[in-house]
Design a protein around this ligand. Structure first.
Ligand SMILES: NC(=O)C1=CN([C@@H]2O[C@H](COP(=O)(O)OP(=O)(O)OC[C@H]3O[C@@H](n4cnc5c(N)ncnc54)[C@H](O)[C@@H]3O)[C@@H](O)[C@H]2O)C=CC1
Ligand SMILES: O=C(O)C(=O)COP(=O)(O)O
Length: 586
């Protein structure tokens, strides 16, 4: 992989070298352990990628300070230490490794359950102290007991299968779980938390920390459990109320608690978590669920590969704030992404120029025809359009519109786009795929997919419409307003609307020549017969035409080697028969 200058990756936590080695040949990888929050803020502007585990707080301040950051990669599952919402706003991709450590987390859960059932940590400590206390540490078997699982996702399901192997009965509460997947693992799905709590001997939670799971198991829930039952948390601190759990242990209602994760890590001295850790019937580990050689290799390789791909311009495989797009589809979309961005940019430059510099219409139909119409996930095209529309007018330096934040940016700017997939072969031309951008008056509130508004027909002359196609990597504009065009949207172009009569090319050529501007190519776009009627007018004047004289218009598109000064377009406009002249840069 070749990068023009080597992008920089910051790794402030311990990550397996297996993944980091993959990046070193093309990226500058800086391992900086034990950075303070202030130090992170200070150095983050230099970096293109940030790789973290659960300890680094990637908050809004860090993300806003990061001027070049393209990706935050979480070498693990939970992204609760990353402000994903802020990253999305800023167009920063957040990826994780959704399956690299699930087996380790599930095995750790079972290890804690068995340790708790057989008092292994306490009896081990007692023996090391020189004691021999056999009757004090009588345990319980897990075989035949009920394990209740909250969250039957990847870890929860793996725990369920392991527990079945130990001869346990397993039930689960997960409103989003598939009944057939649960049945295949012989797990009984229950429909209420009360049903789950009242039936279990061991309770384990495997959900993310979200609004519906924060403080999910507190005093009321613990009191519903059978006396002598045991609880486990290898998911996230904050799903259990640590104070309530401590009280239930102290009262003896709960026989044991096995906890790997805490509300604040490491827990503050004297906090409920710290007192829970100190309780003799608590089996605790310092967030070790994913800490195995195998899991760390898996997650490190997974996210490092993703960082490489993203910095190279590919779409991420496991992003939490980007829609999943199949690689085959993404490959097919690539040239059209470039095309649609050009359509957007041409639209803004062309129509903002002809309407006195303002983007008066902000509601668009983006119509896909031909082969392109069969691609369902066109989010990259939507993003490319927003980027193209805004890049010529945005004063925001480095406006970073991409697939991550396009919808948000569109909403904030009041741009509405209805994407339409037209599969009617009669509606598109001989091109294998065609994309058409049509502006219509604003009338909708959603930034995506309102229905086409056909109630107010727009006269052909005022219709703002641009079509284009791709052949391999080559882009072509096939229609600009009422004109049938055929030009590459590349570089600086001078677009002149003129009456289709002899001598116009010479006039333009000599004015440009006088200014020392080179013409690289020139093409004429005639008026499309089906799109509009010729406009009656009198060449070179604003006067009405002589009776029966109809002059057709056409567009002259010239590829030029540099932008034209404003006085040149004014001079061109003064020439008889040239109706407008303006330059666009694509
Ligand atoms: N201790 C550690 O080192 C590790 C902890 N984890 C944590 O384990 C948790 C689970 O991870 P995965 O299984 O990979 O996630 P997952 O996304 O595959 O599964 C989560 C499940 O929770 C369910 N769920 C969501 N809200 C729920 C609710 N209100 N009630 C019941 N179920 C609900 C979802 O439907 C989903 O099936 C995460 O919090 C993750 O961060 C994961 C790996 C290591
Ligand atoms: O993957 C997860 O969700 C974990 O909790 C693992 O965290 P860690 O990478 O060990 O800091």
């Amino acid at each position: 992989m070749l990068f023009q200058s080597r992008p920089k990756v910051l790794v402030p936590e311990k990550l397996s070298q297996d993944g980091l080695a993959l990046m070193r040949s093309s990226l500058d990888v800086h391992e900086r352990k034990d950075l303070s929050a202030d130090e992170l803020l200070e150095i983050i502007p230099e970096y293109d990628a940030l790789l973290v585990r659960s300890e680094t707080k990637v908050n809004a301040a860090v993300l806003r300070a990061a001027r070049r950051l393209k990706v935050v990669a979480r070498a693990g599952v939970g992204v609760d230490n990353v402000d994903v919402q802020e990253a999305t706003k800023l167009g920063i991709v957040v990826v994780n490794s959704p399956s690299g450590n699930i087996n380790s987390a599930a095995e750790h859960t079972v290890a804690l359950m068995m340790s708790m059932a057989r008092n292994i940590p306490a009896s081990c400590a007692s023996l090391k102290e020189g004691k021999w206390e056999r009757s004090k540490y009588v345990g319980v078997e897990v075989k035949g007991k009920t394990l209740s699982i909250i969250g039957l996702g990847k870890v929860g399901l793996t725990v369920a299968r392991l527990a079945k192997g130990l001869g346990m009965n397993v039930n689960a509460l997960d409103p989003y779980a598939s009944a057939s997947v649960a049945a295949s693992a012989s797990v009984t799905l229950v429909s209420s938390l009360t049903e789950l709590l009242t039936s279990c001997d061991f309770l384990t939670i495997h959900t993310p920390l979200i609004a519906s799971t924060r403080g999910m198991i507190a005093e009321a829930e613990l009191s519903q459990m059978k006396k002598g039952s045991r609880v486990l948390n290898v998911a996230r601190g904050g799903t259990f109320d640590e104070g309530a759990l401590l009280a239930a242990l102290e009262s003896g209602h709960i026989a044991g608690a096995a906890v790997d994760v805490f509300t604040s890590e490491p827990p503050a001295p004297d906090s409920p978590a710290a007192r829970l850790i100190a309780h003799p019937r608590a089996v605790v580990t310092p967030h070790l669920g994913a800490s195995t050689v195998e899991a760390q290799e898996n997650v490190s390789v997974d996210v490092c590969q993703q960082v490489l791909e993203i910095l190279q311009g590919s779409l991420p495989r496991s992003a939490v704030n980007v829609p999943i797009i199949l690689p085959e589809e993404y490959k097919k979309l690539q040239p059209f992404v470039r095309l649609v961005e050009k359509l957007g940019s041409l639209y803004t430059q062309h129509y903002a120029t002809t309407s006195g510099g303002s983007m008066t219409q902000n509601t668009f139909d983006l119509i896909y025809q031909g082969e392109l119409a069969s691609i369902t996930n066109t989010k990259p095209l939507f993003a490319a359009l927003i980027k193209g529309l805004l890049s010529p007018i945005s004063s925001t330096e480095g406006l970073n519109v991409n697939i991550v934040n396009a919808e948000l940016v569109a909403r904030e700017r009041g741009i509405y786009v209805s994407e339409q997939h037209s599969r009617d072969p009669s509606e598109h031309s001989s091109y294998s795929s065609l994309v058409t951008l049509v502006a219509r008056p604003p009338s909708r509130s959603s930034s995506r997919a309102p229905a086409a508004d056909t109630s107010v027909p727009v006269p052909a002359q005022q219709q703002r419409i641009i079509s284009g196609t791709c052949s391999g990597d080559q882009l072509l504009i096939t229609r600009l307003g009422r004109f049938e065009a055929s030009f590459e949207p590349e570089g600086t172009l001078l677009i002149c609307e003129n009456y289709d009569s002899p001598g116009k090319i010479g006039v333009v050529g000599s004015i440009l020549g006088r200014e020392g501007i080179n013409i690289n190519f020139m093409t004429v776009a005639p008026l499309s017969p089906k799109h509009a009627l010729p406009v009656p007018s009198k060449e070179g004047t604003q006067e009405p035409p002589a009776k029966g004289v109809f002059l057709k218009e056409s567009l002259m598109i010239l590829g030029i080697d540099r932008n034209v000064p404003p006085h040149v377009t004014t001079d061109l406009g003064k020439e008889g028969g040239i109706l407008s002249a303006y330059a666009v840069t694509l």
